[in-house]
Design a protein around this ligand. Structure first.
Ligand SMILES: N[C@@H](CCC(=O)N[C@@H](CS)C(=O)NCC(=O)O)C(=O)O
Length: 208
């Protein structure tokens, strides 16, 4: 398997965490978002959605991080990252979607670029936009967390794979995490776990 990734891509970071937690051997290929390599013909020939991540498998190339996470979950059942109980599984998915569908898309690179280049928003306003939507999103999920090490229970799930990259991004934009003690505790604990450490942006081969 080959993961198309960029060290700072939070959607790719989700998949890196899951691959590591599941111990799945994989290669990585860097697609530099700052150089807009995701829009290159070479990459869009593989992933016509032109976004990171994508996972090249024996069956073809799969785009969309949540689809990749679910596919890994179904095909690599050792070290499950979803609970077996249907209700608990739905809780984890609901948490993941709150991040991946409601928080992440409005703070994405292409949205921030559009604010700057088309709407002439200055850097300070752009950063305020980022912080606003992350804070609004975190307020909605803080009280969903039931664990003190991981989001749900005493083992990592896909919820942690989605949360940690979003917190990493929030910190880059100077969001004060003390207002989210549950999220902050999970973030700090996950960052002591090797699979999460190895997936962190600063530990990637393409880290700049
Ligand atoms: N819903 C997609 C989002 C993918 C996405 O937006 N990835 C970002 C990096 S985190 C990207 O490729 N951005 C490039 C751009 O905005 O042009 C997923 O979960 O995979």
């Amino acid at each position: 398997m080959k993961l198309y990734t960029y060290f700072r891509s939070s959607a790719a970071y989700r998949v890196r965490i899951a691959l590591n937690l599941k111990g799945i051997a994989h290669e990585m290929s860097a697609v530099n978002l700052l150089k807009a390599e995701q829009t290159s013909e070479q990459y869009t020939n593989k992933n016509s959605q032109g976004l990171l991540p994508a996972l090249e498998t024996e069956q073809g190339v799969l785009a969309q991080s949540l689809a990749i996470l679910e596919w890994l979950e179904e095909t690599h059942t050792e070290t499950p990252l979803l609970p077996s109980d249907a209700w608990q599984k739905a809780q984890v998915r609901s948490f993941c979607y709150a991040i991946a569908c409601d928080i992440h898309p409005i703070d994405n690179l292409r949205v921030l670029k559009y604010l700057s280049s088309e709407l002439n928003v200055d850097d300070e306003q752009k950063n305020a936009w980022y912080r606003h939507w992350v804070i609004e999103g975190f307020k909605k999920i803080e009280n969903l967390i039931t664990g003190d090490k991981f989001c749900f229970g005493d083992k990592p799930t896909l919820a942690d794979a989605c949360l940690i990259p979003q917190v990493f991004n929030a910190l880059r934009f100077n969001v004060d995490m003390s207002q989210f003690p549950k999220i902050d505790a999970v973030y700090k604990h996950c960052n002591t776990v090797q699979a999460f450490i190895d997936a962190a942006p600063e530990n990637q081969f393409d880290a700049a």
